[in-house]
Design a protein. Structure first.
Length: 193
């Protein structure tokens, strides 16, 4: 059996975002999870243009069951799966997983399948018909992460993440982002000033 992810041993448990949930999250997590714009643009606004992307995985795979459900695609359908690390000067900032059905890749005229080391946010936030359809949150425990990932990205505490269903011209994709301690620490220090 081929792995569905280089990030996870198993699919994280997600909960649907609702009005009261936001106020139960740590302040730094609230700020990142409910950011309405591009996280890459926000990172570059703080750290500068040196924010870079390391591609950990990019290939056509069968997604997790909940990803099939959210994207309303048949269980046998493969999707373009991309997992990356956003970092700057040795600081690990955000891990991300993107799941893109074939029809969405086709609608975007292959822009989404040929990203290379470009951040996804640079592309999708340039589309005039981009809509946010739904969002879920998760607190991911250490055993959920693959040990091979933990050798590259030191994670020693549970990590908050969000996953968002975006629509480009009525074609959907799923973007999951996980906020590493470095980015939350920087936010808390910035707000303390």
């Amino acid at each position: 059996m081929t792995t569905k992810s280089v990030l996870f041993n198993q699919e994280p448990h997600w909960i649907e975002s609702h009005a009261g949930l936001r106020h139960h999250l740590p302040v730094g997590v609230q700020s990142w999870a409910y950011e309405s714009g591009s996280l890459t643009q926000r990172l570059r606004g703080y750290y500068g243009p040196e924010v870079a992307v390391k591609v950990l995985l990019q290939c056509w795979k069968s997604p997790y069951l909940s990803e099939h459900r959210l994207l309303k695609i048949p269980k046998h359908e493969y999707v373009l799966t991309r997992e990356v690390l956003l970092y700057v000067k040795g600081k690990h900032l955000i891990l991300a997983r993107t799941v893109i059905p074939y029809i969405t890749v086709k609608t975007a005229k292959s822009n989404l399948s040929k990203l290379g080391s470009r951040p996804l946010g640079e592309i999708i936030f340039s589309y005039p018909k981009l809509e946010r359809m739904a969002m879920e949150l998760s607190l991911i425990a250490l055993p959920t992460w693959k040990s091979s990932l933990l050798k590259q990205v030191p994670i020693s505490e549970p990590i908050w993440g969000r996953r968002t269903v975006y629509s480009i011209a009525n074609k959907q994709m799923l973007v999951s982002e996980f906020f590493l301690p470095e980015v939350l620490h920087e936010f808390n220090c910035q707000n303390a000033l």
